[in-house]
Write a protein that binds this ligand. Structure first.
Ligand code: ADP
Length: 591
């Protein structure tokens, strides 16, 4: 565990994003802390005044004034926690308004590698989950400790004025309790971490058992019972760790509660003698006894609970610091800047391995592509085709060799220019829960997309009937995520993604196997249509199913990270190499 205290991560402190409300929370803590100390005097004054009244048998102004002060402190005591709850809610809202957008902006600007690599991805998910609540828990624990501190110091001062060594006793009692709380806080955090591994697993299994995405496979493979058993086992493992922690917590609270009562009793005994000697009034004695019992019990559970929160919070702040240090890409949030003209793409001896791996995925690749032509990248799964697209579209920049566009290295173009060069549909294209029209419009945010053009493309992709069958036509909300959302089939979503790509006026168009839901013949037809509609631009089509490759001006065959063959269909078939072999194997798919 990191020994460093990470709480003061100033660049993302919630005070910066919800200053007024958090300052009010701080002021309120000070007031109620000071009030709890003043209460010792107020209660004592009231009891003494009441005793005097009984003794003299006459009501005087002093009693009423003491009663007024007593009621005032009780009212503050009652109101303070309630106001704190309201302030906390306000603060959470402010953070959602001001802090979350900053977090999301940071996420959107992160380098692609952080989002794709597991470790950073886990960190990002942890950070985005209930961040506001975690921050406020930490802040409130700090405030609660401040309040306990004010009460301890205040009451110590009061007691020290009469019996100095009783004050020393309280101090001696608080130090081990403090150390013990930190230790058990760490233990609790470890238990939470252990359970989180299991809970991640059973939440995933829960998803497999209940989600719509897994429905088909669940029915086909009939694995529900098996997964159910695995779910139960994992759940019980987590449940057992949590129960052990709770038992430990309960024991700890009982033991420290018992100890604190003994300590309080000892302190009270020490006050009896000065009271009998008349050094302490009856009122002050009663008030001090009350305050000491309250304080020691607060120290036994309040201290441990808040220190627990801070120890856990320290880990969260460490995550937070790491998150803000993740590197960002310049210009990632800028809109694309479309280029007038692209003549040529040239890969020159490009070699690449993914960050954190030793395995070279592309080995000394060189090829040229010219404007106005259609290219097919083919090869078995894992040969490196998608990686070529990832490098070309600027997702990874740490490759060796050069990627030249119009004679200039890709990395020398701005992000906006790079974005403006390409339009792509990826394997894992997104099914946006937006309307048909919005799904199209996000293809080109720089220009107004005309309804005629959308309708024209829908017609080409045979989507017109689909859209007309939906109640609100182009304004129909798609996807099942919102009430009223309607869903499309896998193939219809793919066509919609292609329409979106074609609406973008970029010069290079890429299809990277988004056609998994279509049969080989249909895939080939859709690819053909995409090529025709791309008229005059440079298209790069990728698939391991080779039917579409017949139409390509040039086929580039990848095998294990190298280019093993290159040429048009006729040339490659004549060569009788890998492409020809693969094509013959698949021939029956197209008959
Ligand atoms: P293809 O598109 O030809 O099927 P890819 O370019 O997707 O192949 O993958 C090439 C190789 O790179 C594969 O061995 C794959 O496992 C590996 N790979 C792909 N993405 C990553 C990644 N993010 N991290 C590490 N390895 C990866």
């Amino acid at each position: 565990m990191n020994k460093k205290i990470n709480f003061f991560v100033f660049q993302d402190l919630p005070l910066k994003y919800a200053p007024a409300v958090n300052v009010w929370m701080f002021v309120l803590t000070l007031v109620s802390g000071i009030c709890s100390v003043l209460q010792v005097y107020v209660v004592s004054d009231f009891i003494d005044a009441a005793l005097q009244t009984v003794k003299k048998a006459t009501l005087d102004f002093h009693l009423f004034f003491a009663l007024f002060l007593l009621m005032l402190t009780v009212a503050i005591d009652w109101l303070a926690p309630r106001i704190q709850v309201i302030l906390r809610q306000k603060s959470e809202l402010r953070l959602l308004e001001n802090y979350r957008p900053a977090l999301l902006k940071k996420c959107a600007g992160l380098e692609y590698t952080h989002v794709e690599q597991g470790k950073s991805h886990d960190l990002i998910s942890r950070i985005l989950k209930e961040t506001e609540k975690k921050w406020l828990d930490i802040y409130q624990a700090m405030l609660a400790l401040l309040k306990i501190l004010i009460s301890i110091v205040g009451i110590l001062f009061v007691i020290a004025g009469y019996v100095w060594w009783a004050a020393v006793l309280i101090l001696l009692f608080s130090v081990p309790l403090f150390v013990y709380s930190i230790k058990s806080g760490k233990k609790n955090y470890q238990a939470k971490r252990d359970t989180s591994i299991y809970s991640r697993k059973y939440w995933y299994l829960d998803h497999v058992l209940n989600s719509r995405e897994c429905l088909n496979e669940r029915k086909l493979f009939g694995y529900s019972d098996k997964i159910n058993k695995k779910y139960a086992d994992t759940y019980y493992e987590a449940f057992w760790i949590e129960t052990k922690t709770q038992i430990y917590w309960a024991l700890k609270t009982k033991i420290s509660g018992g100890l604190s009562s003994v300590a309080a009793l000892l302190i009270v005994i020490t006050l009896i003698q000065p009271t009998l000697a008349g050094k302490i009034s009856i009122g002050l004695f009663i008030s001090l006894v009350n305050a000491i019992f309250l304080l020691t019990s607060q120290m036994s559970w309040g201290l441990s609970r808040n220190i627990d929160t801070l120890v856990t919070g320290n880990e969260f702040c460490k995550d937070m610091r790491e998150f803000w240090q993740l590197s960002e890409e310049d210009g990632v949030l800028e809109l694309p800047q479309y280029m007038e003209n692209i003549e040529k793409i040239e890969f020159r001896n490009v070699t690449f391995r993914y960050p954190g791996t030793d395995f070279y995925v592309l080995k000394n690749i060189s090829f040229t592509m010219n404007m106005g032509k259609n290219y097919a990248l083919v090869g078995s799964n894992g040969a490196g085709k998608t990686t070529v697209v990832k490098l070309l579209t600027g997702l990874y920049t740490d490759y060796a060799g050069e990627i030249m566009i119009n004679g200039k290295e890709l990395r020398e173009y701005t992000k906006a220019e790079q974005k403006g060069m390409f339009s792509a549909v990826y394997q894992d294209f997104v099914q946006h829960a937006l309307t048909f029209r919005e799904n199209c419009e996000i293809g080109d945010l720089c220009n107004a997309v005309s309804q005629e053009r959308i309708e024209e493309l829908f017609k080409q992709f045979e989507l017109t009937d689909t859209v007309e069958n939906f109640p609100d036509g182009y304004d129909t909300l798609l996807g099942k995520t919102r009430e009223g959302g309607l869903d499309l089939s896998g193939g219809q979503w793919q066509k919609l993604a292609m329409v979106r790509a074609l609406l973008r006026p970029a010069k290079i168009r890429i299809l990277d196997e988004p056609t998994a839901s279509l049969d080989p013949k249909m895939e080939s037809e859709v690819y053909q249509l995409f090529q025709q509609l791309a008229g005059g631009k440079l298209t790069i089509l990728i698939s391991h199913r080779l039917g579409f490759a017949k139409l390509a001006d040039e086929i580039i065959v990848f095998d294990d990270g190298v280019i093993c063959e290159q040429g048009d269909f006729a040339k490659l078939m004549k060569k009788n190499g890998l492409f020809c072999k693969m094509f013959e194997e698949q021939r029956s798919w197209y008959e």
